[in-house]
Design a protein around this ligand. Structure first.
Ligand code: FE2
Length: 257
């Protein structure tokens, strides 16, 4: 099992508050069968702490502290997209490991204006953006079929384990299931902020196994994440039949997206 979205790099953002807490979380994750963890501290202009040098320093500290453990740690970031994309993103400093994949997020309420234009700028630079927790955005909650628009634009989608389990509310839970059942998800990850001792990814996996199938679990937590770490291409479309109906062209125009 590979977890591609976590905030367990200590003292970087609103995740882990100490090296000890990070280590305890990692021990817990290993115990649950995790082999690889991608560390994705928030990167947004207002987080002064997420300076590249600080992230590098924290990453080195965590590597040393976990040297004897059966775990592979990979450095990345969760990039908040505003209308301008900064040099560090384009220069691949914030990509996951040595890959072209980069985890991104945007406003939870409405999408940042020109979100597709911003993402296209990343794609045309050769990056492979992964949109974190699409099910948590109002635009997709109101019309889950629109998640497919991102896939047509070469954007991958990562659903949160907490969404599947209803942690963020019923509407997000319902949306997360619609995305999974229609093949509008490429990754499942914990978005672990170290706020409890419970590691929820296995709980979400169990729920998906029961409601959909084991193949979906394998695809989203092992096959696709491993391809990503190898910097291999992942198929955007993998289900032939989709059950969700998309709203029409004029409704999309009215949304001004
Ligand atoms: Fe996150």
């Amino acid at each position: 099992m590979i977890d591609i979205h976590t905030h367990i790099l200590h003292n970087c953002d609103d995740g882990s508050t100490s090296l000890k807490l990070s280590i305890n979380q990692i021990i817990n994750m290993i115990d649950k069968g995790v082999t690889d963890i991608v560390l994705t501290p928030h990167y947004m202009n207002s987080y002064v702490q997420t300076d590249a040098i600080i992230i590098d320093k924290r990453f080195e500290e965590l590597l040393i502290a976990t040297a004897d453990m059966e775990i592979n740690l990979h450095k990345g970031g969760e990039i908040f997209l505003n209308q301008g994309i900064d040099e560090r993103t384009i220069n691949r400093e914030l990509c996951i490991g040595n890959t072209s994949y980069v985890l991104v997020e945007t406003n939870m309420g409405e999408f940042t204006p020109d979100i597709f234009g911003t993402l296209f700028n990343l794609v045309r630079k050769g990056l492979k953006p992964i949109l974190a927790h699409p099910e948590r955005y109002n635009y997709i909650m109101n019309d889950p079929g629109m998640a497919e628009d991102f896939m047509y634009r070469d954007i991958y989608l990562q659903v949160n384990a907490g969404s599947i389990l209803g942690i963020y509310g019923k509407k997000i839970e319902k949306t997360a299931w619609i995305l999974l059942e229609n093949g509008f998800a490429h990754f499942l990850a914990s978005d672990n902020h170290c706020r409890t001792d419970e590691y929820i990814l296995p709980l979400a996996i169990k729920a998906i196994r029961n409601r959909i199938d084991n193949y979906t679990v394998e695809l989203l937590t092992q096959i696709n994440p491993q391809k990503m770490l190898n910097n291999e291409k992942i198929e955007y479309f993998y289900l032939k039949e989709q059950k969700v109906e998309k709203k029409g062209f004029f409704e999309r125009i009215l949304r001004k997206i």
